[in-house]
Design a protein around this ligand. Structure first.
Ligand code: LLP
Length: 454
């Protein structure tokens, strides 16, 4: 087991993150608990900014909020001078609620509704990344009705298949996202956006090839295809587009054996490929943008759980069940993701027992980690699962009516709550009992009260 970022082991043998004792955090805030190491997050954001401004002056780093978005996270991203990618009215609302500057917001999504587009236009978001012709027409109408001009990028699927889980490949032609590269229909749509839509200003193209990508060559190939396409648009339509957004997707370390490339390597590869491809066709170098999500927040997150039932099936397996599971981390069931963990209260002890970590949902598939070596596990131990900052909270559910965990930041020995733990009352907050069921009150809500009184 390799500790991540600013983790260490304290004098009591407890796991420390950001200078805080995780066993004390579990006591103070309860479990399951999402813990975000703010220094680690800020450091990744800075590594990105530094690398891209060094290799590609004038470029822009846009944090992909789908990985993890809360109002406090928006504030941190803003303080680090990154821009923000949102994909729904809800994410846009969150950014605006945190006073994130709208001009640094990029609005994505393959099926934005008319009300979402109106909201984005009304708030003056920086760019709308248009995914398809229907959206293009809708946006022109909305912008015309508001008497304003909207800057857009058009999303292209470059036909690059990457080596990652099929559910998170997005750059292949057979995709629900974007306009396929270099078809007559795509060129016609681009021409229409650039020439025939008075309230649309087409400033560039966008692509995104997939997520948890470890091989930098895939990013380089996509960059090259996109530059060549910019060249074709210049040659065939006489268009000079200034911006090229290459999406996100850089992988992170889940397994201790993973060796993800650094933002620096990523920036260098993109810069080399874009520069070389531009010079081959004598194209001015466009402004390049990237949209990392996972690689900014992923390794900064740890989830703390309390171990409950521990059971042995002789000669088969030892299970330790925790107080969360697929509700707070659906990635294992969805993508067969592999996670590493340690016992936070026994972090200095030798891992010598093979156990399987089960969640508490009513599904056999609700297993967080299959076969991990840990020190002997007992009820009451605190399990810390690593690299849970991205696509955990943002994909969490209330299955089996488990309230969503709280989230805290840890920073220089201090901890702060950034998302409150959901309560049972939250779980029924939006429920309504129609009047025709009011008569059954005594047997429904009434019995809850009387059972509680007994
Ligand atoms: N830009 C666009 C247009 C995207 O679709 C995505 C991710 C990103 C940027 C950020 O990608 P990242 O740097 O985080 O890889 N739920 C899946 C991941 C889905 C990614 C969707 N799009 C998972 O848990 O693995």
């Amino acid at each position: 087991m390799k500790l991540r970022g600013a983790m260490s082991i304290g004098q009591q043998g407890h796991l420390l993150i950001g200078g805080c004792d995780t066993v004390e955090l579990a006591q103070q805030y309860g479990t399951p608990l999402y813990v975000i190491d703010e220094a680690a997050l800020r450091q990744k954001a800075r590594e990105y900014s530094r690398a891209f401004s060094h290799y590609m002056p004038g470029s822009e780093v846009i944090y992909a909020g789908k990985a993890l978005l809360t109002t406090a996270i928006c504030r941190i991203i803003d303080e680090e001078h990154l821009s923000l990618d949102v994909v729904s009215g809800g994410e846009l609302y969150t950014a605006l609620a945190a006073d994130f500057p709208p001009e640094r917001i990029y609005f994505h999504g393959n099926n934005k509704s008319s009300s979402e587009l109106s909201m984005a236009v009304a708030h003056g978001v920086g760019r709308i990344v248009v995914d398809n012709s229907h959206e293009l027409e809708l946006l022109q109408e909305i912008a015309a009705a508001k008497g304003t001009e909207v800057k857009i990028l058009m999303r292209i699927t470059p036909g690059v298949e990457v080596n990652t889980h099929a559910y998170i490949q997005t750059g292949q032609f057979d995709s629900k996202f974007g306009f396929p590269l270099n078809t007559a229909e795509t060129t016609a749509a681009i021409n229409r956006a650039a020439r025939q839509m008075p309230n649309i200003r087409l400033v560039g193209l966008h692509c995104h090839i997939g997520s948890q990508v470890m091989d930098l060559r895939s990013f380089g190939i996509a960059a090259e295809y996109m530059v060549r396409f910019l060249g074709e648009l210049r040659d065939t339509l006489g268009l000079e587009l200034e911006e090229l957004d290459l999406g996100g997707g850089l992988g992170i370390r889940y397994d201790g054996e993973d060796e993800p490339p650094e933002p620096e390597d990523y920036a260098r590869v993109i810069s080399q490929r874009v520069t070389a491809a531009c010079s081959e066709i004598d194209l001015p170098i466009p402004k390049v943008m990237v949209e990392p999500g996972r690689s900014i927040v992923g390794e900064a997150g740890v989830t703390l759980y309390t171990v409950g039932a521990v059971k042995d099936i002789p000669n088969v397996r030892r299970y330790a069940a925790v107080d969360g599971g697929m509700t707070d981390n659906p990635r294992v069931t969805l993508y067969q993701a592999v996670y590493e963990a340690c016992l936070a209260n026994k972090a200095a002890e030798e891992p010598r027992e093979l156990v399987t970590i089960a969640g508490k949902c009513c599904e056999s598939g609700d297993v967080l980690i299959k076969d991990i070596l840990l020190p002997p596990v007992e009820p009451g131990d605190i399990l810390a699962v690593f690299s849970t900052g991205a696509y955990n909270y943002s994909m969490a559910s209330n299955y089996n009516h488990l309230p969503k965990p709280a989230m805290i930041t840890v920073y220089r020995g201090m901890s702060d709550i950034i998302v409150e733990r959901e309560t049972y009352a939250d779980l029924v907050r939006l429920d309504r009992i129609p009047p025709r069921l009011a008569g059954s009150r005594r047997t429904a809500a009434g019995s809850v009260k009387s059972a509680a009184a007994r």
